[in-house]
Structures are given as structure tokens and as C-alpha cells.
Design a protein around this ligand. Structure first.
Ligand code: AMP
Length: 308
């Protein structure tokens, strides 16, 4: 099985305990999901990332870091006149705040060559993207991306989509909501988070979120809900599952991204709905119990032998 995740991976500068000293890493919602999928799926499966980066040293190091994590990078576009985006995490009174420099990032051009994107998806079982993938593109490139996804589905591929609503990346909430519903209409699996959906689509319950995406023609839907029960419709079956309690929530960064990887890894390898939701929640629980977006969860083989 080949899975291709599409989006933006940025350089991350995270503070260490000594003031003014930062650790350099790489993260971004769709990249985080790819990273966890790579950890969770047996090695015979290919997890690829599709984006655009520069031709500079920083971009080369980012590509090398992805490859070292076992993620296929060979279709990634390299733009000579751009480089990768950057964000800085700061701790103020124990609260994390984020500053971004991504307005001109190379990833914004990832759909400028639709043929190249189509080639990257060729033979894949799943193409995965998020609302952030859509937000960083021009309206024209966004339309091209959706055209490629429609062709991909017509040739038998599945599209997975996390709406990941980020109003600051969009000209207006109305434009964001319209683009999200359009992309949902091109998707087989949609993985929204209820808190965001309630804020921008005025859904009053997780059932309302599920009904809205079902109305857009989405077959499989998982509505995540923080510590509350997830509500899903999978293969026509409606199920609900409470995530395991987490003794100490250390850092919720990448909770949804890691949930998606845990869920998709199980769902795509034939797990029944409740088992797939349970794996997603279990991976997310491990991730929010530790600091950072990329937490060193056990790889696939260790999980199998531990009976997870
Ligand atoms: P969210 O996107 O915030 O709805 O979270 C995604 C997933 O992370 C949820 O479906 C849960 O599995 C897990 N999660 C998030 N926050 C918590 C929490 N406080 N306690 C337990 N699990 C959580």
C-alpha cells in the first residue's frame, strides 16, 4: 500500500530550558500524520510526502530528515527561488505561542504543476490532505489540486481529509468554509474536530457535524471531540467511542494529526470501526502525554509483538 500525504512541512524552532536557545525540528499537520503513519504501518507500505521546498541547504536538510524517518520524498518539487516556511514557539507564563514566517514558502506552489502531483499519487491507495493544505494555495491552484484528486478517485484511489480549520490562513471565514465543503465533496474519509467545526460552521452537536459532511457525500466520517467521545460513521455503521483518559495532558500539539494516523493505519488495513477509532485515540493519548509534535511512539513491529 502506498499513501501520499500532501501539504506543508515547516522548520520548527522550539525553546529549550535555557533562555534564547531553541531546538530546530520539522513539523506541519500533514507531515506529522505522515510521520506517525510511517511509525505505525509495517515497512512494506510506502508513506510518501508531497510538497514543494527550495534548493537551499535548509530545504536539503528538511528532505534528508524526512528520508531518515523513512518517508518517501522523491516526488517533492524543488523551487530555485523559494524556501521552506518557519515557525517559532515561545513560552510565556507556561503558555505556548506560535509565530509563523510562511507567507512566501515554497509549499504554496505545491499544486502549480498538477501533472507532477498526479504522478506522485499514481498507484496510491490514499491521498491525504488538510484544510491547511488548501489554505496555503491560490484559488487557481486549489482548483487544480481538487481536479487531480477527482481523477485520482476516478482511478480507484481514496481521499482522506482533515478540515483543520485555521481562519488566520484564509481571507475570510466564509471563504474557508466554502473551500472546506468543496474539498469534503471530493473526499472519501473526513476527520473533523468538533470544537473547530462548532466555532465556524455553528454545529451544535457532533451529530450535526457528521450530518453536514454526510450531506456533502462523504462516506466515512470521524468527528473527534477532545477528551469527549468520538462519533463516526464508517461503512454505513454509526459508532461512538470515548478516548482513554490521559493522566497528565502535557502538550496537545498534533493530537488530531496523530489520531488521524492511528485511525487510518488501522482502517486501511481492515480493522473494524471501533478498533480503528481505538487505535487513533490510543496514539493521540501517547502524543498528548509528552512534549512536542513528533513523539517517539513504538514502531509497527513493536506494537504487533506487544499486542497493541
Ligand atoms: P481533538 O482534535 O482536540 O478533538 O483531539 C483529537 C483526538 O486526540 C481526540 O479524538 C482524542 O482521541 C485525543 N484527545 C485530545 N484531547 C484529549 C484529552 N484531553 N484527553 C484524552 N484524549 C484527548
Amino acid at each position: 500500500m502506498r499513501i501520499v500525504s500532501i501539504g506543508e512541512c515547516m522548520v520548527e524552532l522550539a525553546p529549550l530550558s535555557e533562555p534564547g536557545i531553541f531546538r530546530l525540528g520539522y513539523a506541519g499537520d500533514t507531515f506529522n500524520t505522515a510521520w506517525y503513519l510511517r511509525r505505525l504501518l509495517p515497512p512494506e507500505n510506502v508513506v510518501a510526502y508531497f510538497t514543494a521546498v527550495g534548493t537551499d541547504e535548509t530545504s536539503a536538510r528538511l528532505l534528508a530528515s524526512m528520508a531518515a524517518a523513512g518517508i518517501e520524498t522523491r516526488h517533492i518539487v524543488q523551487m530555485p527561488d523559494r524556501t521552506v516556511g518557519l515557525y517559532l514557539i515561545e513560552l510565556r507564563n507556561g503558555e505556548r505561542s506560535f509565530t509563523y514566517w510562511r507567507g512566501q514558502s515554497a509549499a504554496r506552489t505545491l499544486a502549480a504543476d498538477p501533472a507532477r502531483l498526479a504522478q506522485a499519487l499514481s498507484g496510491a491507495r490514499l491521498a491525504y490532505l488538510s484544510g491547511i493544505t488548501l489554505a496555503i494555495l491560490s484559488p487557481g491552484d486549489r482548483a487544480s489540486l481538487l481536479d487531480v484528486l477527482r481523477d485520482f478517485r476516478a482511478s480507484g484511489g481514496l481521499v482522506g481529509f482533515d478540515p483543520n480549520l485555521r481562519p488566520r490562513l484564509w481571507p475570510s471565514p466564509a471563504e474557508m468554509c466554502a473551500a472546506i465543503m468543496q474539498a469534503a465533496g471530493c473526499s472519501d474519509i473526513v476527520l473533523p474536530s468538533f470544537e473547530d467545526e462548532a466555532a465556524f460552521f455553528a454545529d451544535t452537536t457532533p451529530e450535526a457535524t457528521l450530518t453536514r459532511y454526510a450531506g456533502a457525500g462523504v462516506a466515512d466520517i470521524v468527528v473527534k471531540n477532545g477528551a469527549g467521545p468520538m462519533l463516526a460513521r464508517l461503512g454505513g455503521q454509526v459508532v461512538q467511542l470515548a478516548p482513554p483518559p490521559v493522566a497528565e495532558v502535557v502538550d496537545t500539539t498534533a493530537a488530531g494529526d496523530s489520531f488521524n494516523a492511528g485511525f487510518l493505519a488501522a482502517h486501511l488495513t481492515g480493522a473494524v470501526p471501533l478498533a480503528a477509532l481505538a487505535q487513533g485515540a490510543q496514539v493521540a493519548a501517547q502524543v498528548i502525554g509528552a512534549r512536542g509534535a513528533l513523539v517517539d511512539i513504538p514502531p509497527a513491529d513493536a506494537r504487533l509483538s506487544a499486542g497493541i
